[in-house]
Design a protein around this ligand. Structure first.
Ligand code: GTP
Ligand code: MG
Length: 307
């Protein structure tokens, strides 16, 4: 069994090899000169951070190095680490209180990013912490989606509320939350479609689901969680902006970090959406999920040991 730090380390193996190689070359040259700044700029630009963020970091470092009269690269790299942690260290709270009012996680995101799998992982994670959970099969659009969630539900022994394929997802969500309230459960997690018939607007459907949930519980009990595939790259972020602006997402669940070398995208995600990352998905099985830790993440990016 790995601890959280070790999982961050494993996840970042591929990303890190790129970063660490570059940054290690720095710490050997001890002077901060023009070459250093040019190198740093190049490394940041090739590290999948996106140009806005690179500019931001370079500017911050220039200001801080002057203010604090920093002359050694090691010290400046530490400042860089701090600045990077600050970017991704947004507060979030998924604590489950025992108020008899369930917490509701509405899971949204474009098709194929890993919503349904992540729901199963989250359900399993919270169940192992002793919480009572119910799932709602709110993707009534894609053929097989309801069955897919039911199979996960059977596997982890958690009930799934479902209607027929093609039925109204807002009604599924309502029934799921209603069941959670009447059975005094802790958490209801609701799946949604990533894509609908072109004539139906996905955001309007999702807003309708949100409204139907809020007929039963206070909005602060509801967390809209955006699932994002870490392999999408900078361009893919634009596709997701709509979810955040239309629905107001409370957290990001970042998937598929196992296969990618794109750990750098985490910074752009948090900065552009101003939304904290809650969990990282690191594979296809139930236990492949880890709570995100900004300090571990940055530390591992710069660490040279390859586990
Ligand atoms: N390697 C890896 N694969 C993942 C991860 N999360 C999900 N997947 C895979 O991604 C594929 C799509 O996952 P789903 O959970 O069906 O995605 P979805 O967003 O619900 O897809 P739609 O219902 O079609 O919108 C599946 O093959 C999953 O096993 C992950 O963290 N790592
Ligand atoms: Mg799905």
């Amino acid at each position: 069994m790995f601890n959280n730090y070790e999982i961050h380390s494993k996840v970042l193996n591929k990303t890190r090899s790129l970063w660490a190689k570059n940054f290690l070359s720095f710490t050997k040259s001890q002077k901060i000169d023009r070459d250093f700044w040019d190198n740093l700029e190049e490394i940041l630009y090739t590290s999948d951070l996106g140009s806005d963020l690179c500019n931001y970091l370079i500017e911050r470092l220039e200001v801080i190095s002057k203010e604090k009269k920093i002359h050694e690269t090691n010290d400046l790299i530490n400042v860089l680490k701090n600045e990077m942690v600050k970017i991704i260290d947004l507060p979030f709270d998924f604590s489950i209180n025992s108020s008899n009012i369930p917490k509701v996680f509405l899971i949204v995101g474009i098709n194929g990013v890993g919503k349904t799998t992540t729901i199963a992982k989250l359900a399993n994670y919270f169940k192992n912490k002793g919480n009572k959970i119910i799932l709602g099969a709110g993707d009534t659009f894609r053929a097989g989606a309801i069955e897919q969630l039911k199979i996960w539900g059977d596997k982890i022994n958690i009930n799934v509320v479902s209607h027929q394929e093609g039925s109204d997802p807002a009604a599924v969500a309502y029934d799921t939350v209603n069941a959670a309230i009447s059975r005094k459960l802790d958490i209801a997690i609701i799946d949604t479609a990533g894509r609908l018939h072109t004539k139906i607007n996905l955001m309007e459907e999702l807003k309708k689901i949100k409204r139907s949930i809020c007929k039963l519980i206070d909005q602060k009990q509801l967390n809209v969680l955006l699932v994002l595939d870490s392999t999408i790259g900078q361009n893919g972020l634009a596709q997701t902006e709509n979810f955040v602006s239309s629905l107001g997402c409370d957290g990001v669940l970042l998937t598929k970090l196992d296969g990618s070398s794109k750990g750098g995208i985490i910074f752009s995600v948090v900065k552009s959406f101003n939304t904290p990352i809650w969990f990282m998905g690191t594979g296809e099985s139930l236990s492949d999920i880890v709570q995100f830790n900004p300090n571990y993440f940055v530390e591992n990016l710069f660490s040279s040991n390859e586990n």
